[in-house]
Design a protein around this ligand. Sequence first.
Ligand code: PGA
Length: 241
Amino acid sequence: MKIIITENYEEMSARAFDIIKSVVTENPSALLGLATGSTPLGLYRNMIDDHKKNGTSYKKISTVNLDEYEGLDVTSDQSYVYFMRKNLFEGLDIDLKNTNIENGKAKDAEAECARYNELLHSRAQDIQVLGIGSNGHIAFNEPGTPFGSETHIVQLTESTIRDNSRLFKSIDEVPRRAFTMGLKNIMNAKKILILANGAGKAKAVYGMVRGAVTEEVPASILQLHPDCTVICDKDAAALLN
Ligand code: PGA
Protein backbone atom coordinates (compact mmCIF):
# COMPACT_ATOMS: atom_id res chain seq x y z
CA MET A 1 0.00 0.00 0.00
CA LYS A 2 1.18 3.47 -0.82
CA ILE A 3 0.06 5.95 1.84
CA ILE A 4 -0.22 9.68 1.22
CA ILE A 5 -1.11 11.93 4.14
CA THR A 6 -2.40 15.38 3.29
CA GLU A 7 -2.91 18.56 5.25
CA ASN A 8 -6.66 18.72 4.56
CA TYR A 9 -9.63 17.57 2.47
CA GLU A 10 -8.83 19.88 -0.46
CA GLU A 11 -5.32 18.50 -0.79
CA MET A 12 -6.63 14.92 -0.49
CA SER A 13 -9.08 15.63 -3.31
CA ALA A 14 -6.42 17.29 -5.50
CA ARG A 15 -4.00 14.38 -5.09
CA ALA A 16 -6.76 11.91 -5.91
CA PHE A 17 -7.66 13.94 -8.98
CA ASP A 18 -4.05 13.81 -10.25
CA ILE A 19 -4.22 10.01 -10.18
CA ILE A 20 -7.60 9.82 -11.95
CA LYS A 21 -6.45 12.34 -14.54
CA SER A 22 -3.37 10.28 -15.33
CA VAL A 23 -5.53 7.14 -15.82
CA VAL A 24 -7.92 9.02 -18.14
CA THR A 25 -5.09 10.66 -20.07
CA GLU A 26 -3.27 7.37 -20.56
CA ASN A 27 -6.42 5.56 -21.61
CA PRO A 28 -9.30 7.78 -22.81
CA SER A 29 -11.59 4.72 -22.89
CA ALA A 30 -10.73 3.52 -19.39
CA LEU A 31 -13.24 1.87 -17.08
CA LEU A 32 -13.45 3.89 -13.86
CA GLY A 33 -14.87 2.30 -10.72
CA LEU A 34 -16.60 5.07 -8.78
CA ALA A 35 -17.96 5.58 -5.29
CA THR A 36 -20.64 7.70 -3.66
CA GLY A 37 -20.56 9.38 -0.24
CA SER A 38 -19.15 12.67 1.00
CA THR A 39 -15.52 11.65 0.62
CA PRO A 40 -15.15 11.69 -3.20
CA LEU A 41 -17.14 14.92 -3.75
CA GLY A 42 -13.99 17.05 -3.86
CA LEU A 43 -12.38 14.68 -6.36
CA TYR A 44 -15.50 14.90 -8.54
CA ARG A 45 -15.48 18.71 -8.35
CA ASN A 46 -11.85 18.67 -9.53
CA MET A 47 -12.77 16.37 -12.44
CA ILE A 48 -15.59 18.70 -13.52
CA ASP A 49 -13.43 21.84 -13.19
CA ASP A 50 -10.66 20.22 -15.23
CA HIS A 51 -13.13 19.05 -17.89
CA LYS A 52 -14.51 22.59 -18.19
CA LYS A 53 -11.12 24.35 -18.13
CA ASN A 54 -8.92 21.90 -20.01
CA GLY A 55 -11.41 19.92 -22.06
CA THR A 56 -10.39 16.52 -20.66
CA SER A 57 -12.92 14.27 -22.37
CA TYR A 58 -14.94 11.45 -20.85
CA LYS A 59 -16.81 10.65 -24.07
CA LYS A 60 -15.27 7.21 -24.32
CA ILE A 61 -14.93 6.58 -20.58
CA SER A 62 -17.09 3.91 -18.93
CA THR A 63 -17.91 3.65 -15.25
CA VAL A 64 -19.09 1.08 -12.73
CA ASN A 65 -20.39 2.19 -9.37
CA LEU A 66 -20.03 0.24 -6.17
CA ASP A 67 -23.48 0.10 -4.70
CA GLU A 68 -27.11 1.18 -4.64
CA TYR A 69 -29.89 1.15 -2.06
CA GLU A 70 -32.57 -1.45 -2.63
CA GLY A 71 -35.87 0.12 -3.65
CA LEU A 72 -34.42 3.40 -4.96
CA ASP A 73 -33.77 4.48 -8.52
CA VAL A 74 -33.02 7.72 -10.34
CA THR A 75 -36.44 9.13 -9.43
CA SER A 76 -35.27 9.31 -5.79
CA ASP A 77 -32.79 12.02 -4.86
CA GLN A 78 -31.36 9.65 -2.22
CA SER A 79 -30.39 7.03 -4.77
CA TYR A 80 -26.78 6.64 -5.76
CA VAL A 81 -27.62 6.76 -9.45
CA TYR A 82 -29.08 10.24 -8.82
CA PHE A 83 -26.03 11.22 -6.72
CA MET A 84 -23.66 10.28 -9.53
CA ARG A 85 -25.61 12.22 -12.14
CA LYS A 86 -25.84 15.35 -10.01
CA ASN A 87 -22.35 15.30 -8.56
CA LEU A 88 -20.32 14.09 -11.51
CA PHE A 89 -21.87 12.91 -14.75
CA GLU A 90 -23.86 16.07 -15.54
CA GLY A 91 -20.65 18.08 -15.26
CA LEU A 92 -18.76 15.92 -17.76
CA ASP A 93 -19.28 14.91 -21.40
CA ILE A 94 -19.73 11.28 -20.39
CA ASP A 95 -22.34 9.20 -22.22
CA LEU A 96 -24.82 8.00 -19.58
CA LYS A 97 -25.13 4.75 -21.56
CA ASN A 98 -21.57 3.97 -20.50
CA THR A 99 -22.28 4.43 -16.78
CA ASN A 100 -23.27 1.39 -14.75
CA ILE A 101 -24.76 0.86 -11.32
CA GLU A 102 -26.95 -1.82 -9.78
CA ASN A 103 -30.67 -1.31 -10.39
CA GLY A 104 -32.08 -0.74 -6.90
CA LYS A 105 -35.58 -1.40 -8.18
CA ALA A 106 -34.77 -4.73 -9.83
CA LYS A 107 -37.67 -7.17 -9.27
CA ASP A 108 -35.33 -10.16 -9.12
CA ALA A 109 -32.43 -9.24 -6.84
CA GLU A 110 -30.49 -12.40 -7.57
CA ALA A 111 -30.72 -11.88 -11.33
CA GLU A 112 -29.59 -8.28 -10.87
CA CYS A 113 -26.52 -9.40 -8.89
CA ALA A 114 -25.74 -11.95 -11.62
CA ARG A 115 -26.09 -9.28 -14.31
CA TYR A 116 -23.71 -6.96 -12.47
CA ASN A 117 -21.18 -9.71 -11.84
CA GLU A 118 -21.20 -10.62 -15.51
CA LEU A 119 -20.46 -7.02 -16.38
CA LEU A 120 -17.61 -6.92 -13.85
CA HIS A 121 -16.20 -10.21 -15.12
CA SER A 122 -16.21 -8.89 -18.68
CA ARG A 123 -13.77 -6.10 -17.88
CA ALA A 124 -11.63 -5.09 -14.90
CA GLN A 125 -11.79 -1.54 -13.58
CA ASP A 126 -8.66 0.37 -14.63
CA ILE A 127 -8.98 2.12 -11.29
CA GLN A 128 -11.45 1.74 -8.43
CA VAL A 129 -12.16 4.73 -6.19
CA LEU A 130 -13.25 3.90 -2.65
CA GLY A 131 -14.26 5.62 0.55
CA ILE A 132 -14.14 3.81 3.88
CA GLY A 133 -16.91 3.46 6.45
CA SER A 134 -16.23 4.30 10.09
CA ASN A 135 -16.63 0.55 10.73
CA GLY A 136 -14.03 -0.35 8.07
CA HIS A 137 -16.49 -1.23 5.32
CA ILE A 138 -15.76 -0.64 1.66
CA ALA A 139 -18.76 -0.23 -0.62
CA PHE A 140 -21.50 -1.84 1.51
CA ASN A 141 -19.32 -4.79 2.46
CA GLU A 142 -19.89 -4.68 6.19
CA PRO A 143 -17.63 -6.37 8.78
CA GLY A 144 -17.83 -10.15 8.42
CA THR A 145 -18.34 -10.12 4.64
CA PRO A 146 -16.35 -12.98 3.07
CA PHE A 147 -13.29 -11.81 1.14
CA GLY A 148 -14.46 -13.98 -1.77
CA SER A 149 -17.80 -12.17 -2.12
CA GLU A 150 -19.13 -10.82 -5.39
CA THR A 151 -22.12 -8.55 -6.02
CA HIS A 152 -24.77 -9.32 -3.44
CA ILE A 153 -27.59 -7.85 -1.38
CA VAL A 154 -26.64 -6.74 2.12
CA GLN A 155 -28.42 -5.91 5.30
CA LEU A 156 -26.89 -2.61 6.42
CA THR A 157 -25.51 -2.46 9.94
CA GLU A 158 -26.92 -0.04 12.51
CA SER A 159 -23.69 2.01 12.39
CA THR A 160 -23.92 2.45 8.62
CA ILE A 161 -27.63 3.34 8.82
CA ARG A 162 -26.75 5.92 11.48
CA ASP A 163 -23.80 7.33 9.46
CA ASN A 164 -25.94 7.63 6.32
CA SER A 165 -29.03 9.01 8.04
CA ARG A 166 -27.52 12.51 7.85
CA LEU A 167 -28.47 12.51 4.18
CA PHE A 168 -32.11 11.55 4.81
CA LYS A 169 -34.97 13.44 6.46
CA SER A 170 -35.04 10.87 9.25
CA ILE A 171 -33.25 7.65 10.15
CA ASP A 172 -36.45 5.72 9.38
CA GLU A 173 -36.12 6.66 5.72
CA VAL A 174 -32.69 5.05 5.29
CA PRO A 175 -33.16 1.81 3.32
CA ARG A 176 -32.13 -1.25 5.32
CA ARG A 177 -30.80 -3.22 2.37
CA ALA A 178 -28.54 -2.45 -0.55
CA PHE A 179 -26.85 -4.00 -3.56
CA THR A 180 -23.08 -3.93 -3.38
CA MET A 181 -20.13 -5.00 -5.42
CA GLY A 182 -18.29 -7.68 -3.43
CA LEU A 183 -14.75 -7.59 -2.09
CA LYS A 184 -13.54 -9.91 -4.84
CA ASN A 185 -14.97 -7.56 -7.51
CA ILE A 186 -13.15 -4.64 -5.87
CA MET A 187 -9.86 -6.53 -5.61
CA ASN A 188 -10.09 -7.34 -9.32
CA ALA A 189 -9.47 -3.66 -10.20
CA LYS A 190 -6.06 -2.94 -11.72
CA LYS A 191 -5.52 -0.03 -9.35
CA ILE A 192 -7.25 1.03 -6.16
CA LEU A 193 -7.50 4.54 -4.77
CA ILE A 194 -9.03 4.80 -1.31
CA LEU A 195 -9.74 8.15 0.30
CA ALA A 196 -10.50 9.06 3.90
CA ASN A 197 -10.86 12.33 5.75
CA GLY A 198 -11.79 13.40 9.24
CA ALA A 199 -11.17 12.03 12.72
CA GLY A 200 -14.22 9.77 12.46
CA LYS A 201 -12.27 7.61 10.01
CA ALA A 202 -9.03 7.35 12.02
CA LYS A 203 -9.79 4.00 13.62
CA ALA A 204 -10.94 2.46 10.33
CA VAL A 205 -7.83 3.78 8.52
CA TYR A 206 -5.61 2.31 11.22
CA GLY A 207 -7.34 -1.08 10.88
CA MET A 208 -7.04 -0.97 7.09
CA VAL A 209 -3.35 -0.05 7.01
CA ARG A 210 -1.79 -1.47 10.17
CA GLY A 211 -4.27 -4.03 11.46
CA ALA A 212 -4.51 -7.73 10.72
CA VAL A 213 -6.00 -8.73 7.38
CA THR A 214 -9.36 -9.90 8.64
CA GLU A 215 -12.93 -10.09 7.41
CA GLU A 216 -13.86 -8.11 10.54
CA VAL A 217 -12.24 -5.08 8.84
CA PRO A 218 -13.24 -5.42 5.19
CA ALA A 219 -10.83 -2.66 4.04
CA SER A 220 -7.88 -4.62 5.43
CA ILE A 221 -8.05 -6.86 2.34
CA LEU A 222 -6.57 -3.94 0.41
CA GLN A 223 -3.20 -4.72 2.02
CA LEU A 224 -3.12 -7.67 -0.39
CA HIS A 225 -3.72 -5.59 -3.53
CA PRO A 226 -0.61 -5.03 -5.68
CA ASP A 227 -1.43 -1.40 -6.56
CA CYS A 228 -3.39 0.34 -3.82
CA THR A 229 -2.96 4.00 -2.87
CA VAL A 230 -4.46 5.40 0.32
CA ILE A 231 -4.86 9.17 0.46
CA CYS A 232 -6.05 10.54 3.77
CA ASP A 233 -5.98 13.85 5.54
CA LYS A 234 -4.03 14.18 8.75
CA ASP A 235 -7.10 13.74 10.95
CA ALA A 236 -7.93 10.38 9.35
CA ALA A 237 -4.22 9.42 9.60
CA ALA A 238 -3.97 10.41 13.27
CA LEU A 239 -3.49 6.86 14.60
CA LEU A 240 -0.89 5.81 12.02
CA ASN A 241 2.15 7.35 13.71
P1 PGA B 1 -18.58 8.86 3.31
O1 PGA B 1 -18.91 7.29 3.23
O2 PGA B 1 -17.71 9.15 2.15
O3 PGA B 1 -19.93 9.53 3.18
O4 PGA B 1 -17.92 9.09 4.63
C1 PGA B 1 -17.85 6.41 3.02
C2 PGA B 1 -18.35 5.00 3.08
O5 PGA B 1 -19.25 4.71 3.89
O6 PGA B 1 -17.83 4.16 2.33
